[in-house]
Design a protein around this ligand. Structure first.
Ligand code: ADP
Ligand code: MG
Length: 298
C-alpha cells in the first residue's frame, strides 16, 4: 500500500452563505500525480488554500505527511512547494532578487537547480518583477515552487497562462518529479490536460467531490463529438452496430456522431472509406461530468 501524503476529512469551507467546499474526503498517495479537476468556482482554490493554512476550514480537518495543516504549518511548508493561483509579488525586485529572497526563507537552495529551471522555462531573472507579463510571473511562481525539490508540490492551475511550448516543458518536469517518487497535487479545469499528465483525478463541482478515478477509467467515460469527412458519399447504415456511438448522422460526405470511450471501432469502420478529414471536439468538462454525475452533484 502506498503511503498517504494528503488526507482531508469532512473538510468544509463556507464564505458566509456561499459554499466553498463541503465535506471533502480526499486521500493522495505518495508518488502520484493527482489532478483536482473542476470548472471555475468549483472549490479547487478553496481546498488548496486550506491545505496551505491560508484560510481556515469552517469544519473538518486536513493533514499532510501525517501532520495537521492547522497546527504543524511550519513543518509542512518546509517540505512542500506551492504555486498559488494568483501570485502576489514584490514588484520592485528583480526576479533573481525575489528568488534569492524565497530561497533564503527556505534556508537556502541549490542555485544550479534555480538556473536550470529558469533556462527550461526561458525565464529572464534579471527583469524587474513589475515589467513581467502574467505568463512570466507564472514562470517565476513555478521556479520558486520547484527550486527546493520538495516532497510534495501543490500547484493551483499550473498551466494557465503558459504558452503551448512551456506547457510541454511543464509536463516533462512533472514526469521527472514523479519518477523521483515525489507527489504532485495540481488543479485544472482542463480535462484533456489531466488525462494526459495525472494518475488519478478527483472531480469537484459546486464545492462537492463528485468522483475520484484512475485516468484510464476517466478516459473510458469521456464523451466526444466527432466529425468525419469522406471523399465520397456515405450513409448512416455504413456505421451501424458500433459500440459507444450515438446521435450518428450522415449528410452527404460527412458523418457526425457522439462517441463514448474508445474511438477504435469508429476509426476502423471509417477506414473502409477514403477519409479526407477527421475533427474531434474535445469533451467539455461540464458536459462530460454533468452527463455522468449530474444526478449526484445536487
Ligand atoms: N474570498 C471569498 N469570498 C467569498 N466567496 C468566495 C471566496 N473565495 C471563493 N469564493 C467562492 O467559493 C466558491 C469556490 O471558489 P474557488 O475555490 O475559488 O473555486 P475554483 O478555484 O475551483 O475556481 C465560488 O463560489 C467562489 O465564488
Ligand atoms: Mg481557483
Amino acid at each position: 500500500m502506498a503511503k498517504v501524503v494528503v488526507t482531508t476529512k469532512n473538510l468544509t469551507k463556507y464564505y458566509g452563505n456561499t459554499r466553498g467546499v463541503e465535506s471533502l474526503d480526499l486521500e493522495i498517495n505518495e508518488g502520484e500525480v493527482f489532478g483536482y479537476l473542476g470548472p471555475n468556482g468549483a472549490g479547487k482554490t478553496t481546498t488548496i488554500r486550506m491545505l496551505l493554512d491560508l484560510i481556515r476550514p469552517t469544519s473538518g480537518q486536513a493533514s499532510i505527511f501525517g501532520l495537521s495543516t492547522s497546527t504543524d504549518t511550519v513543518k509542512i511548508k518546509k517540505r512542500i512547494g506551492y504555486l498559488p493561483g494568483e501570485l502576489e509579488l514584490y514588484k520592485n525586485m528583480s526576479g533573481s532578487d525575489l528568488i534569492h529572497y524565497f530561497a533564503a526563507l527556505r534556508g537556502g537552495v541549490d542555485w544550479n537547480l534555480v538556473l536550470q529551471l529558469a533556462e527550461r522555462f526561458k525565464y529572464d531573472m534579471k527583469k524587474p518583477v513589475k515589467t513581467l507579463s502574467s505568463g512570466n510571473k507564472h514562470k517565476l511562481g513555478l521556479i520558486q515552487a520547484f527550486m527546493h525539490s520538495p516532497e510534495l508540490l501543490i500547484l493551483d492551475e499550473p498551466t494557465t497562462g503558459l504558452d503551448p511550448l512551456m506547457q510541454q516543458e511543464f509536463y516533462r518536469l512533472i514526469q521527472e518529479v514523479k519518477k523521483e517518487g515525489r507527489t504532485i497535487l495540481l488543479s485544472s479545469h482542463n480535462l484533456p490536460e489531466v488525462e494526459r499528465i495525472c494518475d488519478r483525478v478527483g472531480v469537484i463541482h459546486d464545492g462537492r467531490l463528485i468522483t475520484v478515478e484512475n485516468v484510464s477509467e476517466l478516459k473510458s467515460k469521456a464523451v466526444r463529438t466527432l466529425e468525419i469527412h469522406f471523399a465520397s458519399q456515405v450513409t448512416a447504415a455504413d456505421f451501424d452496430n458500433l459500440e459507444g456511438i450515438s446521435e450518428l448522422k450522415a449528410e452527404g460526405r460527412v458523418v457526425r456522431c457522439t462517441v463514448k470511450g474508445s474511438l477504435d471501432g469508429l476509426v476502423k469502420r471509417a477506414a473502409r472509406f477514403e477519409v479526407v478529414d477527421l475533427i474531434s471536439h474535445e469533451p467539455d468538462l461540464e458536459e462530460t461530468f454533468l452527463a455522468y454525475y449530474g444526478g449526484l452533484a445536487n
